[in-house]
Design a binder for this molecule. Sequence first.
Ligand code: FE2
Ligand code: FE2
Length: 182
Amino acid sequence: MQQNLNSHTRMVLDEERLEAAKQSLDQGAVTPEMTQWRDDIVKLLNDALATEIVCVLRYKRHYFTATGLESPAIAEEFLVHANEEQAHADKIAKRIVQLGGEPDLNPDTLTQRSHADYSPDSDLRSMIRANLIAERVAIEAYSQMIELIGDKDPSSRRLIEHILEQEQEHADELSDWMKHAT
Ligand SMILES: [Fe+2]
Ligand SMILES: [Fe+2]
């Protein structure tokens, strides 16, 4: 039986876009196709960067103040999370620069731009709860970003998908600890 190939959209590269990519060399890795979305993506990434930095600060605060409490193992895990959030922040900042943007690390506006709160709690259960809330907010924000970016910037999307996986692991761990913390 003969297949009617014309009824399908063929998988071929767009030659015009390949030609356009040869122009505007000052844009570095940013191709013309991406240019129209670049500012929006940089803004999304900068808000995510602010969120990660606030998460680093919250986890560090909890790490140092929970050390003497009943669960030093959980305090140690706060530090592990702090370091992972820092790694997320660094990767996001690097991607912003690749897109020709500027990573916004202005401390004056960090908490306003962050999706998650700082929460300087002093008992272990409140700490775990605040971190779980922040992780859930991060998961929601990253999921929305993945949807918004779609195929407009595959590199940023892949980066966010990778970070999202780790936030989901963080949230899983925290909800386990919630069940055990008194
Ligand atoms: Fe993170
Ligand atoms: Fe996290």
